[in-house]
Design a protein around this ligand. Sequence first.
Ligand code: DP6
Length: 314
Amino acid sequence: MSTTARAHPNIALIKYWGKAPGEGNIPATPSLSITLDSLVTETHVTTGPSQDQLYFDDEPVADRKVLDWLEALRQRLDIPPLEIRTGNNFPTAAGLASSASGFAALIMAIDAHCGLHLDQATLSDLARRASGSAARSMLGGFVAIREPDWVAEPVLGPEAWPMKTVIAVTTTARKSVPSSQGMAISAATSPYYPAWVESTRADFTDALAAVNARDFQALADLAEFSCLKMHGLMIGSRPGLIYWNAATLSCLHAVRNLRQDGVDVFFTVDAGPQVKAVCPPEAERDVSAALASVPGVQEIVVTGLGPGARVVDP
Ligand code: DP6
């Protein structure tokens, strides 16, 4: 008998980049995200023979991050050896947050398969221990994570304020510096890090208010501020972390040009070169057309707002 769960990636509008000292993978700052719909991770869990076995797209993988996290879970929960089969319908590790949907789907599948009956807060706490952004994929729509509990908090459901995200894929290659490592470099070396941590708290509070008021312009302004500030922090690290390519920058200009022409849209970019343009549904065609015509853009993927992680029939 296998148990199947699905989860979607999320993108942060107010970014998380840096961890608090100590246990539990606690972020240094609150963050606010949207969960996407058409990109999906599907994970099947069965009870394995003697030790954990992981398969990605039916290929065996020895992913230390997953195996160590499973070992840590077993310190507090009764979990047998597992066979885990997982796959995404989108490029892995290219800045499309596959670890977020991956761990969110996995904890849901494990909870159901092992009959753990953990509550939503505990599930999102366990997902966060694997990957900070994974906690946010536990829920749909607009999601926050903040002190004191650092678990996913619903802000607006996926239907409450419809939004499209147009993703301009500028490469499908794996990114160079993984997030955890990049965050450690920024915290240790960037002179901007203290200012980033300090100022992100205010951005989060203001963005939460903008979402609750459905104020697109205010949210657009704060999301681009948080994104560019995070990349300023990354670039100001030593060695500088440059996640963009030439097409990334061209897309940012294209989004700014659209906005000057009166189209409601803003951009965000994570630890990879893809550009995500967020807009109301009525602007999606103009945004997709503009980004598709940027030299270097290989593919356009359009998503809406999606639900949180859940168990499904295989
Ligand atoms: C740039 O959640 O991947 O996407 O907790 O170390 O696994 P770990 O980091 P991760 O970092 C996400 C960074 C980001 C911004 C964000 O999603 O908030």
